[in-house]
Design a protein around this ligand. Structure first.
Ligand SMILES: [Zn+2]
Ligand SMILES: [Zn+2]
Length: 175
């Protein structure tokens, strides 16, 4: 998957949010936390991740573009809180009472553990195929090769050729 080009204004908005919440934390703890690096390399369905030792926050560029306000308001402080908790308390449960306190009392952001984003665009599409024994989920690439007649795939268990469609277990053989 190629990383989509991320508008510079959006990167600036994420950075502003990071600096804003970092400033709040600095005031609260009366210290200067170093500024974490913000990178846009998170893949898959997670909105973001916090890399503690690296002092780094990775944001999902696709979900960021689709949920700009939620990232600025919640995802950035959520991940920053993980870093701050690690610096202040050491290694504790990721969404435990320290994190909740950091979010709500220090940063003033509702402490939601997960973000509910529409993730259709970042889920890799698969196509259902079946053999005689089970369902197989083929990637788009493999599915296209089958459609174009360039390839056939066989089940490694029953050796039959995979056909498009969902596998229906044969209930008649059930005891
Ligand atoms: Zn988290
Ligand atoms: Zn099979």
């Amino acid at each position: 998957m190629k990383a989509p080009r991320l508008p510079i204004a959006l990167q600036q908005a994420a950075m502003r949010s990071l600096r804003h919440y970092l400033h709040i934390a600095n005031l609260h703890f009366k210290r200067e936390f170093p500024e974490p690096s913000l990178i846009y390399q998170q893949r898959g369905t997670s909105a973001g991740t916090a890399w503690l030792e690296r002092w780094e926050i990775r944001l999902n560029p696709v979900l960021l573009q689709e949920n700009q306000q939620a990232f600025v308001d919640e995802v950035v402080p959520h991940e920053l809180a993980h870093l701050l908790v690690w610096k202040v308390f050491g290694r504790v449960a990721p969404h435990g009472k320290e994190w909740k306190w950091m979010m709500e009392t220090v940063l003033g952001v509702p402490a939601r553990r997960t973000h509910k984003f529409e993730t259709t665009s970042v889920r890799s599409a698969t196509f259902a195929y079946r053999c005689q024994c089970q369902q197989h989920n083929l990637t788009v690439r493999r599915h296209n090769r089958v459609v174009r007649g360039e390839a056939e795939y066989r089940c490694v268990h029953c050796s039959t050729i995979l056909k498009p469609g969902e596998f229906q277990p044969d209930d008649s053989s059930a005891p």
